[in-house]
Design a protein around this ligand. Structure first.
Ligand SMILES: CC(C)(COP(=O)(O)OP(=O)(O)OC[C@H]1O[C@@H](n2cnc3c(N)ncnc32)[C@H](O)[C@@H]1OP(=O)(O)O)[C@@H](O)C(=O)NCCC(=O)NCCS
Length: 218
């Protein structure tokens, strides 16, 4: 089922239980040396899942360090994305000959807290979600889906531009039937390195989670 959310030529892996528990290599461990246990577990799960993917494709990735923010420093010729939340962690990678950047996000499929809704979704998006809600049925956590889609926008956009968009700097439009979404970048920074007006993504309600993935073609 997860295959539906990852376009062709993307390799993905859900972390196995041992991956959460087992330390990674020394260079990566140093990045979470002072972190609390929960953070160490999720970090290790993501790193092990990514390393398993590099083994699968036969590419060299001795250590997956990080860049200016927390973004993983993917080896030359590869891009990818990591996400973790309670009970699940996944990593995805792709060759940069196919995709310029990936954004993957997984969240608990529960509604956003009402007090943050206005920070995440514009009034127009909230109207759109009410319309889609008629198709999706009561109980679908559509606002969390939009939150996840925007996190995927950030993970796709930041590595290319080194800029953090605000949640209201993008507008998400859902296609419920096809389980896809469009993300329109409404308020980019001045002179982005890689101007992006629109990104295309896929979503999936998967067990107790919602998963989103954006893959920007090379
Ligand atoms: C960074 C952020 C996206 C993390 O999201 P989260 O749901 O809390 O956590 P997730 O587990 O899904 O993702 C964390 C992983 O994302 C990756 N990540 C972190 N910062 C990143 C960045 N700037 N660019 C790309 N990937 C990044 C890392 O791999 C990280 O895991 P790791 O530290 O174990 O390697 C989020 O905390 C954040 O800062 N969001 C604000 C920016 C934003 O989303 N704007 C909306 C734009 S429309």
């Amino acid at each position: 089922m997860l295959d539906n959310v990852f376009p062709d030529q993307i390799f993905y892996r859900v972390a196995e239980p041992w991956m959460w528990e087992t330390p990674v290599n020394a260079a990566e461990e140093a990045l979470v040396e002072k972190a609390v246990d929960k953070r160490k577990r999720e970090f290790r799960a993501g790193r092990h899942a990514a390393h398993a993917l590099f083994r699968e494709v036969g590419a060299d990735c001795p250590a997956l360090l990080r860049g200016m923010q927390r973004e993983p420093g993917w080896p030359a010729g590869w891009t990818g994305s990591i996400s973790h939340t309670s009970g699940i962690c996944m990593a995805a990678i792709a060759s940069t000959s196919k995709y310029a950047s990936l954004g993957v996000d997984v969240e608990q499929a529960t509604p956003l807290k009402p007090d943050i809704l206005d920070m995440i979704c514009s009034k127009d998006e909230q109207v759109h979600l009410r319309d889609i809600g008629r198709l999706a049925g009561a109980g679908a956590a559509l606002d969390k889906l939009v939150f996840s889609a925007k996190e995927s926008v950030h993970k796709t956009y930041f590595p290319l531009n080194g800029h953090t968009l605000d949640f209201l700097d993008a507008r998400i439009e859902l296609d419920w039937g096809n389980k896809t979404f469009s993300a329109f970048i409404l308020n980019p920074e001045a002179k982005p390195r890689r101007p992006i007006r629109q990104l295309q993504g896929r979503f999936l309600f998967y067990g107790e989670w919602v998963v989103t993935c954006i893959a920007l073609p090379a």
